[in-house]
Design a protein around this ligand. Structure first.
Ligand SMILES: [Zn+2]
Length: 321
């Protein structure tokens, strides 16, 4: 059985061809294609069609079993419609129909699945990564935004509206002043997501709370989570407070999720957490302090192992979810 998976980001489409043989999944190839400047649904479908025609032929694949597509956004209950994908600026797009039309007679009998990128990433880590043997997994990612994927009894949990895992939009009264990209206020993503972290630093520079020199930032250098991580290591009081506050917010959020779900595994990933080990250590400390004692007896902390490939590999196996 051969499966093709795509992870459509804001600038790249990653893809992977998987072969399932003798009970094992084998990655035949994984590639990256630029979609910069080609972001209408029709354009992205065009990139997928080219790959569908090219890669299986190059690797002498007799027949594809399925094509899976991961997209950063909310996917409708029909699993065909992209309700909202802010990075691509797609709203209420029936991408399944666009892709079927673009494929024409190619892949006519091939199953096509579309899923939220974090669900695909969690599914990829669950099937290929370190979480493989666990009955349940909560995967929380702090990158540009904050999201999660949840696997219970070996099944990806999708929810009544296909939007399980929107953990970044959990509300806390402290964050009422921060408007979120979702249109609401009070979301933790608007305070502790990567984009929000950058916004908070810029605001503090502009209002004189901290200087560029103190953060070792060049005149035109854009502040990111990594500059706080760097300054935290030097014990700059501003960075210590910044990371303490951010870690408490994330730790409390995840501890609350653990209190509700009691998962066997907790995978913490995403650009901010993977790029900032000091922040990650603080977050883990708060998770252990704030989770109910009984909920962490069997809890295993799991490191992401697939990084940029998790979404494509998970997307390729969406038909097994
Ligand atoms: Zn929100």
């Amino acid at each position: 059985m051969y499966y093709l998976g795509f992870d459509i980001g804001g600038t790249n489409a990653r893809c992977a061809l998987i072969h399932h043989v003798d009970g094992q999944f084998k990655i035949i190839t994984s590639q990256k294609h630029s979609i910069r400047g080609a972001q209408t649904p029709r354009d992205v479908a065009g990139v997928i069609v080219r790959v569908v025609r090219q890669i299986p032929a190059e690797h002498h694949v007799p027949a594809l079993s399925s094509i899976g597509i991961a997209i950063a956004g909310q996917i409708g209950m029909d699993e065909h419609t992209i309700l909202n994908a802010p990075n691509l600026n797609w709203h209420n797009v029936n991408f399944y129909d666009v892709l079927r039309e673009a494929l024409g007679e190619d892949a006519r009998d091939v199953d096509i699945r579309i899923a939220n990128d974090l669900n695909a990433i969690a599914w990829g880590e669950y099937n290929f990564g370190a979480a493989r043997s666990l009955p349940s997994l909560l995967a929380v990612y702090v990158g540009t935004g904050i999201g999660a994927g949840l696997i219970i009894d070996g099944k990806l949990m999708l929810g009544a509206d296909n939007v399980s895992g929107e953990i970044g939009h959990c509300k806390f009264p402290h964050y009422k002043a921060y408007p979120c990209g979702c249109g609401q206020t009070g979301c933790i993503e608007a305070f502790a997501g990567g984009k929000a972290i950058e916004y908070r630093i810029l605001h503090d520079i502009q209002t004189g709370v901290v200087s560029r020199e103190a953060l070792d930032l060049g005149e035109d250098e854009h502040p990111t989570a990594r500059c706080i991580e760097r300054a935290y290591k030097k014990r700059l009081p501003y960075a210590v407070d910044f990371w303490e506050e951010t870690a408490l917010a994330l730790g409390m959020l995840i501890a609350n999720a653990i209190a509700i779900l009691n998962p066997h595994g907790l995978l913490l990933g995403g650009g901010v957490l993977e790029g900032c080990p000091e922040l990650l250590a603080l977050v883990v400390g708060h998770i252990m302090d704030l989770s109910p004692r009984a909920s962490t007896e069997k809890l295993q902390f799991i490191k992401p192992t697939l990084h940029d490939d998790a979404g494509t590999l998970g997307a390729a196996l969406l038909c097994l979810k």
